[in-house]
Design a protein around this ligand. Structure first.
Ligand SMILES: O=C(CO)[C@@H](O)[C@H](O)[C@H](O)[C@H](O)COP(=O)(O)O
Ligand SMILES: O=C[C@H](O)COP(=O)(O)O
Length: 948
């Protein structure tokens, strides 16, 4: 007789420790049931990893599943696994029926990531039980300390459970107790225990592998031949002895009055199942762990090779209860030889969890890859060309992040991923796209459309304005909707220019401030509220304003008292710079008629790609973040972003995110936006390039430059968006990458200590103005025809030492001469931002870059204070700052307060400058005299002279 089939005559059920889609579909499982009497199937993460991860057998199913809608990687895997388990369960159903529900089971394991999480295990086991929806399913739960209460709980709900990763007799007794206690509870609550089944999967071969290793070490050290012989005799014996003794416990535990009471109600004993029964040591028989463990009411789950071997040459005898005293002696001798089986089994549980988690990582990585490929362009492409050094560092960190489950911990809001500060309180952005109330935005958009607004203006700063600005610059005006503008300045000319651009009587103002307490949005609101009141009357003015703010803010109170048309609440667990996929970006999008549903749908595709279930090597946000962070640690801390024409403004948003998040504690990344690419000789080795464009925006000369930079050893990341509609993907990719880079840099990416410092200084200055009617006097270090120059004593002394005398050019020259390789030069201009002034600053910065080969920034105040300003003050001390201020041609009053826009802007510039110099930064302020145009030309000429 077929020895496998013969096992049933000895009361042992043979199960197959293997599963794959084709294997069931082609009838192979059915054949084994018929020929070998196979009565069950077990699966585990390693088995699924081999089936799904290492073959293309599932590719068609993955594509089909995704056609019904994109979904997270874990869901995608689960869909496949549940189908496989259902198919196997259906093939085994006749066995189950024939044996009256006593056998014919298929097992599906809960995620190994939950092995230390009782609640998570219970929830997932319940879900799997419901989703598979087959009576002959067993859900597998590990015998970890956290798994044990889950087992009792689940059995108590009538769910059949296979307890896995069981190595020790003591833990086995706890498992049996959990089963019995669970059944008692189930019965007490009126449940019928008859259909509830359970097996305790006692692992065998792994014990020998671990014990033999320790025995071999002792044998190698033993001098006495007798001792060596005694130790050698234990090799390959311990696992079987351990299992045999567990079986003796089984007989005792499932007998006696307590058990009989349950049995009388129809309860089935929890059978011992021998798992890990494939032989690992080639010196042992390949059927060792089958032949030696045959006994009634047991199960042995074997891999296909062991099944084939046993069918070929297995012999069957009642071995399980042979020589029980020998088994005890083997374990005693092991203990006497100084090897602790308890310690080994405790380690094996931990290792087992880790091995399954490793398999799950591989499996999820493979599914993530297949998902991305199947979505075919649905996910924007990202290619990292990092050069050997950074590539290796990224590979090492990728493995470190995987092994320490950092991406899952990040999603679980574990602040120890960063600095253990308060990072856990600032992670609302992870879920903001999923939480968006799309129907409400759509409804609001319809209302806006109905009102025939010509314009809509966002009044906000930094995080509250730069996301909307990207949307305003990237998307064309939608017919029937207002044109979206953003005002983020206290410069009187810029405020005035906005007023002239829009039709006040038909403009909707979106006042955006998370805190509600930021000076700029408040004064901009005061100004425009006054102007709208003058234009359409006091009663109607409020109808032209909406607020986006966090609940309970002072802005909310003002909005209520001034009768704003609508208040949208932000999420207080999202910092401004991470808020674009929350109401701070989505309200302006809806107002402008941008398809919010589409924006969110695309963003969610990237959220899924960066999910907790996507291991670091396949996770685009993690990969980009590791690359940015590790390059930064190696001195390539100037993240140089080139954005193509269609998404030209993206860099301004990314800049605020990267700079404000990472630039602190003397560390950080300095984003460089708006520098057109030059040849390799123009750059130092402090650069990290990110090129982002939409598909089809090809620019051969730009591409050649990128290639040349890559060839010259600069790290280059290329991101190609399918279209501008994918902008949400990039918002999320960069948010995740920045959070990850922050972890690598060892900072809290969610605070902004140095932005606060400048705000305090500014408040002191405007406070003084309110009291005295003027800002505190200041004395220039030098006054020329074109400009007054200011700096602190230390900087002035250094500059004089470097040759600064009575001319503007000499001071600029001295200032630039203080730079070193790896430094950056930032022009910080508190002037109106418009194409003309942008052009002037660009010319100056490029002259500096092309001569000194330094990274350059061209920023406008006060907007950069809420963006890169944090890194300039708190980041690495590699910045050389040239602050530019000017006389305002015309000032504008702010209703209800003494300080005008011009005064506030001046106070902001001085507050900013004071903090820079207090921090010992190299800073020089040039206050241009006369009209702005000639002032800028004079400065340009002075810079040119200084560089010549
Ligand atoms: O736990 C069960 C069955 O309940 C099995 O699927 C179990 O996971 C496997 O037998 C083992 O993982 C296989 O272990 P090994 O042969 O790799 O040591
Ligand atoms: O980036 C955020 C800015 O500092 C503005 O803050 P806020 O939204 O609280 O006004």
């Amino acid at each position: 007789m077929n020895p496998v089939k013969a096992l049933e005559n000895h009361g042992q059920a043979i199960w197959l420790d293997f599963l794959a889609r084709g294997f069931v579909a082609k009838g192979d499982l059915k054949a084994l049931i018929d020929t070998d009497g196979v009565k069950g199937v077990t699966s585990n993460p390693s088995i699924f990893e081999k089936a799904i991860g290492s073959s293309d057998e599932y590719d068609g199913a993955i594509s089909r599943a995704l056609k019904a809608g994109d979904r997270p990687v874990a869901d995608l895997f689960e869909t496949l696994a549940v189908e496989d388990i259902q198919n196997a369960a259906d093939v085994l159903r006749p066995v189950y029926d024939h044996l009256n529900g006593n056998d014919g089971f298929v097992s599906l394991e809960v995620s190994p990531y939950l092995a230390m999480d009782t609640k998570g295990t219970i929830a997932e086991a319940r879900r799997l039980w419901k989703d598979v929806n087959r009576q002959n399913l067993m859900v597998k739960v590990p015998a970890t300390p956290e798994g044990l209460p889950a087992i009792e709980h689940l059995i108590g709900e009538g769910i059949s459970i296979n307890i896995t990763l069981l190595f020790s007799q003591a833990v086995y007794r706890e498992v049996a107790e959990a089963y019995i206690a669970g059944l008692e509870k189930y019965v007490a609550e009126g449940g019928d225990p008859a259909p509830v089944a359970s097996v305790a999967s006692f692992f065998v071969s792994r014990i020998d592998t671990a014990v033999d290793k320790q025995l071999d070490e002792k044998i190698a050290r033993a001098n006495d031949p007798g001792e060596r012989e005694r130790l050698s005799a234990l090799k390959g014996k311990v696992a079987i002895a351990n299992a045999k003794l567990a079986y003796q416990d089984y007989k005792r535990l499932f007998a006696g009055p307590r058990w009989e009471k349950l049995a009388a109600r129809g309860a089935k004993p929890q059978r011992l199942l021998w798992a890990s029964t494939g032989t690992k040591n080639k010196d042992y028989s390949d059927v060792l762990y089958v032949e030696e463990l045959i006994g009634p009411n047991t199960v042995n789950t074997v891999p296909p090779a062991t099944l084939d071997a046993f069918r070929d040459h297995g012999t069957v005898r009642d071995s399980l209860e042979e020589n029980i005293e020998d088994a005890r002696r083997v374990l005693e001798e092991l203990e006497n030889s100084g090897i602790s089986l308890d310690a080994i089994t405790a380690e094996l549980v931990k290792d087992g969890v880790k091995l399954f988690a490793d398999s799950a990582d591989k499996l999820y990585g493979a599914v993530a890859y297949k998902r991305a490929t199947s979505l075919d362009g649905g996910i924007d492409r990202q290619q990292l060309a990092l050069g050997d050094g950074i590539r290796k560092a990224v590979e090492n960190s990728t493995e470190e992040w995987r092994a320490s489950a950092k991406i899952r911990r990040l999603w679980l809001k574990d602040k120890s991923v960063w600095t253990d500060d308060d990072e856990n309180k600032w992670l609302g952005w992870l879920n903001s796209a999923a939480a968006a109330n799309i129907a409400d935005y759509e409804d609001f958009a319809r209302r806006v459309k109905g009102q025939n607004f010509s314009d809509a203006v966002v009044l906000g700063m930094g995080g509250s304005s730069l996301g909307p600005e990207v949307l305003a610059e990237t998307f064309a005006k939608k017919s029937g909707f207002p044109k979206l503008h953003v005002l983020d300045s206290t410069d009187p000319a810029q405020v005035q220019a906005m007023e002239e651009t829009v039709d006040l009587a038909h403009t909707l103002f979106i006042v955006s401030s998370k805190s509600g307490g930021t000076t700029e949005p408040n004064v901009m609101k005061d100004y425009f509220f006054d102007r709208v009141t003058e234009t359409i009357g006091k009663d109607k003015a409020g109808h032209r304003f909406i607020a986006v703010t966090d609940p309970g803010s002072s802005l909310e109170k003002t909005a209520i008292s001034q009768g704003f048309a609508r208040i949208f609440h932000g999420d207080p667990t999202i910092g401004g710079r991470y808020s674009v996929l929350s109401p701070f970006g989505l309200v302006p999008a809806a107002v402008a008629g941008i398809d919010v549903r589409g924006l969110i749908t695309h963003a969610l595709a990237m959220v899924r790609s960066c999910g907790a279930d996507v291991p670091p090597h396949e996770n685009p946000g993690v990969q980009l973040g590791l690359a940015m962070g590790l390059a930064g640690l190696e001195g390539r801390d100037k993240v140089t972003i080139t954005s193509s024409q269609k998404i030209a403004d993206f860099g301004a948003w990314a800049e605020q995110l990267i700079a404000e998040s990472t630039g602190k504690d003397g560390k950080g990344l300095i984003p460089i936006d708006g520098e057109p690419l030059g040849g390799p000789s123009l750059y130092g080795d402090d650069r990290f390039f990110i090129d982002i464009r939409t598909e089809g925006e090809d620019d051969a000369s730009h591409d050649d430059r990128l290639k040349a930079l890559e060839a010259a050893g600069h790290p280059v990341v290329r991101i190609v968006m399918k279209s501008i509609d994918h902008i949400g993907q990039e918002f999320f990719r960069f948010e995740m990458a920045t959070a990850v880079a922050g972890a690598i840099l060892g900072i809290n990416p969610f605070n902004q200590p140095d932005v606060e410092a400048a705000k305090i200084k500014t408040r002191e200055l405007t406070g003084a103005f309110e009291k005295t009617g003027s800002l505190p006097a200041e004395t220039p270090v030098v006054s020329t025809d074109e400009a007054d120059l200011f700096t602190d004593e230390h900087n002035a002394a250094e500059l004089r030492k470097a040759g600064a005398d009575g001319t503007l050019g000499s001071w600029i020259k001295a200032h630039l001469s203080r730079s070193d390789s790896g430094d950056y030069v930032a022009l910080l201009a508190y002037i109106a931002r418009n194409p003309g002034t942008i052009g002037s600053l660009q010319k100056m910065r490029l002259a500096v870059r092309d001569t000194h080969h330094l990274a350059t920034c061209a920023e406008f105040g006060p907007r950069f204070l809420h963006s890169t300003g944090q890194a300039y003050k708190g980041g690495p001390d590699s910045g050389l700052f040239l602050q530019i201020t000017a006389d305002d041609a015309e000032d504008l009053p702010v209703p209800g307060q003494k300080a005008s826009f011009g005064i506030i802007k001046a106070a902001q510039a001085r507050g900013d400058f004071d903090v820079l110099t207090e921090r010992g930064r190299r800073a020089l302020r040039v206050h241009l005299k006369g009209d702005l145009g000639s002032g800028l030309s004079a400065l340009d000429a002075a810079i040119a002279e200084a560089l010549s």
